[in-house]
Unconditional design. Structure first.
Length: 138
């Protein structure tokens, strides 16, 4: 069982942003920037493109209101999206407020530092930053 499966099961606490039958979105515990959200499939599949086609078809539609909330809530040019998949063997994507391609550079992330020192926030307070236009659809 991956750490993401444990988060979905509630065995590990998370700061949930959105959830439906097949996806779960939550704040990254080691964010590159404020508002860094992880979107994960509820099934445990290692590689992103090994997800069933119906998951791949639905993933961006699930992420769309989250991306709009990120753009509305943070001073950024757009919401960036990244699929890396090396950290946890569980298909997921990253959504982040960005102003340049360099904002998506994961080699800049130093997980040995305290999250609040790196980004100036804690996940608890960041949850309130996201402003959904239509929360019922998330």
């Amino acid at each position: 069982m991956t750490i993401f499966s444990k988060i979905i099961a509630g065995e590990i606490p998370s700061y949930k942003i959105a959830e439906n039958e097949i996806f779960f979105a939550f704040l990254d515990i080691f964010p590159l920037v404020r508002g860094h959200v992880l979107v994960i499939a509820k099934i445990e599949v290692d590689k992103f493109f090994d997800l069933p086609d119906n998951y791949l078809n639905s993933l961006l539609l699930f992420a769309k209101p989250i991306a709009h909330a990120i753009e509305k809530s943070f001073n950024c040019n757009r919401c960036g999206i990244s699929v890396v998949g090396l950290e946890v063997p569980h298909a997921h994507m990253h959504l982040m407020p960005i102003n340049s391609a360099n904002d998506l550079n994961f080699t800049n992330n130093n997980n040995n530092n305290n999250t609040s020192q790196r980004t100036g926030y804690t996940p608890t307070t960041s949850r309130t930053y996201l402003q959904f236009e239509n929360p019922a659809n998330v």
